[in-house]
Write a protein that binds this ligand. Structure first.
Ligand code: SF4
Length: 254
């Protein structure tokens, strides 16, 4: 039985190696919502037009790199046009062995200057959510963005920029192997769920899945802290605290 499994794995590796030599670096994988029966009335992947995820064949063939190795690989990155205007690459920060990773959109002005994620006003709001809303210490989680360089004027990252930087994010997640990912806002959620057509107000608060070579990570979308700075109504506050409460309860179960 074990021999059969080993042979199957070796066969899969050979096939992926063959695909790679043919220039195919990504394969689609089936993705299913993990919405439990109690949330069955919530939107499904189909109604939200979510596509199957793409899994990078590199992550199957090679063991995950460490965060240090990934940072070294980024180096003085010029893989997309954002390098022209950045002051610093904002790689990510926090506990590399955490069970909880937050993924935002991209560095803002303060982050660009300091080279650290979420250190401005939106960062203070995120810290408040982590510490007051979840009862964790910020240093115990890991925080990063879908692009590591600041988009000029804090605009959304463009598709070519996200595509260029996405392998680094995928490798960071594979290196940390968290139990839960919280995506902050629409661009981060759309990137990790591989769908352009999502509305964060509809998709937030519902469990989804993110696949890596070693398994499935639960993913909870919620609002970006910068949105909260502009719209911190009692209703939005209630929704965000409801989302992070689900995450806290899930982490207690694991
Ligand atoms: S955003 Fe990412 S891909 Fe683009 S230059 Fe910065 S590190 Fe490189």
């Amino acid at each position: 039985m074990n021999n059969d499994i080993s042979e199957a794995i070796e066969g899969l590796k050979r096939y992926l190696g063959y695909l790679k030599t043919m220039g195919i670096n990504e394969i689609p994988v089936e993705q299913q919502s993990v919405v439990s029966s109690q949330w069955s009335e919530k939107p499904t992947l189909q109604t939200l037009n979510l596509k199957p995820q793409i899994m990078n064949t590199d992550s199957i063939i090679s063991p995950p790199s460490s965060l240090e190795e990934i940072q070294k690989e980024i180096g003085d990155c010029r893989r997309c046009k954002l390098w022209h205007t950045r002051k610093n690459i904002v790689f990510g920060s926090g506990n590399p062995k955490t069970e909880l990773v937050f993924v935002g959109e991209g560095p803002g002005e303060d982050e660009d200057i300091q080279g650290l994620p979420f250190v401005g006003r939106a960062g203070q709001k995120l810290t408040e959510i982590i510490e007051k809303g979840m009862g964790f210490k910020r240093k115990d989680v890991y925080i990063c963005n879908i692009v590591k360089c600041r988009p000029p004027g804090n605009r959304e990252p463009e598709p070519d920029e996200v595509a260029a930087c996405r392998p680094f994010l995928e490798k960071q997640i594979a290196a940390i192997k968290p139990k839960v990912i919280v995506t902050l806002g629409r661009p981060a959620t759309a990137t990790l769920l591989n769908s352009k057509k999502i509305t964060i107000s509809k998709i937030r608060g519902v469990w989804h899945e993110y696949s890596i070579s070693t398994g499935i990570i639960k993913l909870m979308p919620t609002y970006h802290p910068a949105y909260l700075l502009r719209n911190y109504t009692p209703e939005v506050r209630r929704q965000v605290y409801e989302d992070v409460k689900k995450v806290r309860e899930e982490l207690k179960k694991i």
